[in-house]
Each structure stands twice: as structure tokens, then as C-alpha cells.
Design a protein. Sequence first.
Length: 132
Amino acid sequence: MDAAIFAHLALPAQLPQSEDANLDAIEACLVDRLLVTARIMRDLPSHKALGPRSSKDVSAWESIRQCLIVSKAVNSGGIVNKSKFLAELGHLGVGNALVLYIRSQNAALLIHRLAGYIYYTWLFTYVLWCLC
């Protein structure tokens, strides 16, 4: 699975001619790794070279972790689960976020609530080639 995740994230010299057969598993594994990373970053102790951890640091990493958990549930199987999405949107608190992944467009919709307003941000992934 490590090789499949790497190939999915780092564009190979020649793009594949078809979609990976196990794309759902690759995406789920990638989100799981991001969840572990967010937990590790949240739980890092203070370090003398970096200074003390602030509660804002811990809170930010926990918010990222919660966003990943909710987004993984809403986006399971490569599609957006409408009922889960509507339920999570109704529970979206101030400072929280939710990501809807649109696989066919290689894009995502970031939804977050700040100061009583809900903001929507489209995120697109573009392939940039350097001809050196």
C-alpha cells in the first residue's frame, strides 16, 4: 500500500492510463495517515529549542484532526454521503471545518464556520509540468 500511496501523491514520469483499481483503499489509507500525523502533532510535548506549546497549537491540530474524521465519514467510498453531509453541516460549530471531495473533478469544497458565517472555498489540484 505504501507504493500505491506514494504513486498517488507523487506524479510519476508517465501518468497512468486508467484509474487505480483500489483508489478507495488508497484514499482511506491516506486520510488515516493524516489522522495519525495530526494526533502526533497535537500531542507533541514542549521542546526547549521550540519553546512551550500553546493551547492554540494543540487546539489547531485537534481541529484539523476532527475535520479529517468528519470529512472521511462524509466522503466514504469516493462519493459524498448526502445524509451524513447534511447532519454534519447542521453540527458545524464556529471554527470547525468540513471537506467535500469531488473525485471526478480532482477538487474539494472546504466548508468552515467563522464568527457566525459559513464560508465555502473551492480547492483544485492542477498538474504542473516543468520542462527543464
